[in-house]
Design a protein around this ligand. Structure first.
Ligand SMILES: Nc1ncnc2c1ncn2[C@@H]1O[C@H](COP(=O)(O)OP(=O)(O)OP(=O)(O)O)[C@@H](O)[C@H]1O
Ligand SMILES: O=P(O)(O)OC[C@H]1O[C@H](OP(=O)(O)OP(=O)(O)O)[C@H](O)[C@@H]1O
Length: 299
């Protein structure tokens, strides 16, 4: 592929690996953005739209979009703030995945119990800007200056090992399930930021003509995100069991029930945001799926 083949195309940045990668691929598939990515190629042309996908590290996407090299991108809200690009990009849409929190963590068995205890000590993190701002404010409150201020050191990964290795008194790192933190003998004492994946748009539009394509892509992704919160549940049930089935899957006004060819059986179709858990009717959330099961025992 040469640079000419990108001419006039909308450039859309996608994380090339890591936590957000797989979910981004499902979003692209759900929005019917078709492409074939050749091994080791980080730029590829979309087959059914004048778009080129650019696969980049999640942490580089805010600056590519912010500086206008790329028109649209998906990345974490955390890395937008960390790269100080929030004034150069517009967060068009929260995507509902990549949810986690940037937290201050210290050894569970140690003497540091609060962030105030950690002020003036050593903090290791991959988020040196956000951590610097957070502890900078605390240093100011405690009127610490020079050597007495909290020392923020950067590491690129495995942040959770820093306390055990004697590099830090506390760390600032992302927490989702908390498994990494607990495995390292740490616990959270404060939250710096809540984050999730977002769709961002450059504030420096390259081509006016792209705005309708950006709207189309944004609306399609909006649809994918909305659909991922719902489940469609369809099941067949004996008519005499219908009252107990409807108690579990009620309609907003009236339940949709269709007659079946089999005597005494009906079909019930329901689209919903939250299902009551039941052994026989339990569609997984985050998926649009159709169950066509014969429900003969409603508990
Ligand atoms: N445990 C997690 N749970 C949910 N989202 C996460 C988690 N860790 C990271 N993220 C989100 O994914 C983004 C990218 O993180 P990830 O660790 O995948 O980065 P990466 O660019 O692949 O870096 P690395 O070089 O460490 O592999 C983060 O900025 C955050 O928004
Ligand atoms: O709360 P948890 O569900 O355990 O997730 C948190 C971990 O996930 C991220 O790291 P990642 O695994 O992406 O690797 P990294 O250390 O190389 O950044 C983050 O930096 C934590 O270490």
């Amino acid at each position: 592929m040469n640079a000419d083949s990108l001419d006039g195309r909308l450039l859309f940045a996608i994380p090339k690996k890591g936590r957000l990668y797989e979910k981004c691929l499902s979003i692209l598939a759900g929005a019917d953005i078709q492409f074939r990515r050749h091994a080791r190629l980080d730029v590829c042309l979309v087959l059914n739209h004048p778009i080129a996908l650019v696969f980049l590290p999640a942490s580089d996407i805010p600056s590519f979009v912010g500086k206008g090299n790329v028109d649209l991108g998906i990345t974490g809200h955390d890395v937008i703030l960390e790269s100080q690009m929030h004034e150069h990009v517009t967060e068009e849409l929260r995507l509902g995945f990549g949810k986690c929190a940037l937290q201050v963590q210290v050894p569970e068995a140690g003497s540091i119990k609060t962030v105030e205890d950690l002020v003036g000590k050593r903090v290791v993190t991959s988020f040196e800007v956000l951590s610097g701002e957070y502890f900078g404010k605390l240093d100011d409150i405690f009127q610490l200056s020079g050597e007495k201020r909290t020392k923020i050191d950067y590491v690129g990964g495995s942040v959770e090992a820093a306390c055990a290795l004697g590099l830090a008194d506390g760390i600032v790192d992302l927490v989702e399930s908390g498994d990494t933190m607990r495995a390292a003998g740490l616990h959270a004492i404060a939250t710096v930021l809540e984050t999730e994946a977002v769709l961002i748009k450059s504030r420096i539009p390259k081509h006016e003509a792209h705005s309708s394509l950006i709207n189309l892509i944004t609306n399609r992704i909006k649809g994918v995100v909305a659909a991922s919160k719902y489940a469609i549940c369809q099941y067949n049930v004996a008519r005499d069991r219908l009252p107990s089935a409807i108690a579990i899957t009620p309609g907003r006004r009236a339940p949709t029930i269709s007659p079946l060819e089999a005597d005494g059986w009906v079909a019930r179709c329901k689209v919903d945001f939250t299902y009551k858990r039941a052994s026989t009717l339990d569609p997984p959330h985050g998926k649009v799926c159709i169950f066509n099961v014969e429900v003969d025992a409603v508990k």
